[in-house]
Design a protein around this ligand. Structure first.
Ligand code: SF4
Ligand code: SF4
Length: 373
């Protein structure tokens, strides 16, 4: 499908795309690291939110600023910034999430020049009355600060348009993800991953049209190609910038029917109420959407979500995709695995750094897991 080819092309050279898009559109570019950076404000300010994944360049410059036990996402992003590959960025937003991102924020502020720097200290605990007020206040303050840095006033009307635009992307990705569960094989997992990640990088107007076209076309396509013998699996973990993992799973007889990933369903789950006061509506989505390990809403919510997802999708097992040195996901993993065990759902974990382990090794482990379930 040509729309999916377009996504793969953007992901093959995201920085080249960003430079071209900036030159053509004249928009300021604002880097983000996580979906807790509210891109609706950036779009409403007339700028472009650009998700930084890092290009996987070997860390040389970043080594002198980071401990050896930092995740490859942060290491790669800093390496690209220090190596001058992110000079197209006019600013970067650091949401208060994991410790590593918080420390990266300090290192970035002190060492990466020519680009504004905003911290967004969101609450960690999301389910209290005080968190509700605090979150709304923090977002309103961010709105003013971002507008100040970009030299604009972010109006409610612009914010409403940005919410409508990002809701179109979320809505279409939700439809596509739903098809993965209902008709596995309709779309390759690596293509789904490309759609989600490219939509975090490309012009959001184009992204909305593109993902809607893909959703329409897939819904028109009768049936899926996956054999009923394929083992239905859930992928759970953090930032997954390695679409090959889907390919290996598919090659050994599995199919991913749902996910709980930062670069998957968790990033687009939950629409923002378009009728409510816009900043409050953005805050409400953050409070209510499926949580990640950097946020809290009760001790067992993540485990309950994962068990519910596996049951809803009739999955035979869960594969945890863990980025090496990603503490939030590593801390949650034993508890999640135990909850799955109690629910009778088998699981396995793969830990990767900036690239997948040797293909044969991963293939053998997935084959053994799929045979077992
Ligand atoms: S785990 Fe949470 S904080 Fe970390 S990248 Fe994912 S969504 Fe963001
Ligand atoms: S949540 Fe994990 S992968 Fe994401 S920045 Fe933090 S440590 Fe790295």
């Amino acid at each position: 499908m040509r729309q999916i080819d377009e996504c793969h092309e953007i992901l093959a050279d995201p920085y080249g795309y960003a430079e071209r898009f900036k030159a053509e559109s004249g928009r300021k570019m604002v880097g983000t690291f996580c979906s807790y950076a509210p891109e609706e404000f950036i779009i409403a300010a007339g700028a472009h939110p650009f998700r930084i994944f890092g290009t996987g360049e070997k860390a040389r410059l970043a080594e002198s600023h980071l401990q050896s036990y930092c995740c490859s996402l942060v290491r790669g992003a800093l390496e690209d910034a220090l190596g001058g590959r992110l000079v197209f960025l006019d600013g970067v937003v650091f949401p208060h999430t994991c410790d590593t991102i918080q420390r990266l924020s300090d290192i970035w502020r002190l060492n990466v020049g020519d680009c504004f720097h905003l911290d967004l200290v969101l609450p960690v605990k999301l389910d209290t009355e005080s968190a509700r007020h605090y979150l709304a206040d923090v977002l309103n303050r961010f709105r003013g600060e971002l507008g100040g840095k970009l030299g604009v006033t972010i109006s409610d009307a612009d914010l409403r348009s940005a919410i409508a635009l990002t809701n179109r992307i979320r809505g279409a990705l939700t439809r596509i993800a739903g098809l993965a569960g209902e008709r596995p094989g309709t779309l390759k997992g690596s293509d789904f991953s490309a759609l989600v990640r490219a939509a975090m990088i490309m012009d959001r107007n184009r992204a909305a049209t593109l993902v809607e076209e893909v959703a329409d076309e897939l819904e028109r396509t009768p049936g899926g190609k996956a054999s009923p013998k394929r083992k239905r699996l859930i992928l759970s973990g953090g930032v997954c910038n390695q679409p090959d993992i889907y390919t290996v799973i598919e090659e050994v007889g599995g199919v991913v029917v749902g996910d709980d990933l930062c670069t998957g369903s968790r990033s687009f789950s939950g629409l923002i109420d378009e009728k409510a006061e816009p900043a409050a509506a953005i805050a409400a989505r953050y409070r209510e959407r499926v949580i990640c390990p950097a946020k809290h809403r009760g001790l067992s919510e993540r485990a309950e979500n994962l068990v519910r997802l596996a049951r809803e999708k009739e999955a035979g097992g869960v594969i945890f995709f863990l980025l090496k040195f990603c503490d939030p996901h590593a801390f949650d993993y034993p508890h999640l695995r135990e909850a799955l065990e109690k629910a009778g759902i088998p699981s396995m974990a793969v830990e990767v750094e900036d690239r997948l382990p040797a293909d044969g090794q991963l293939r053998t482990r997935f084959e053994a897991f799929i045979e077992m379930i």
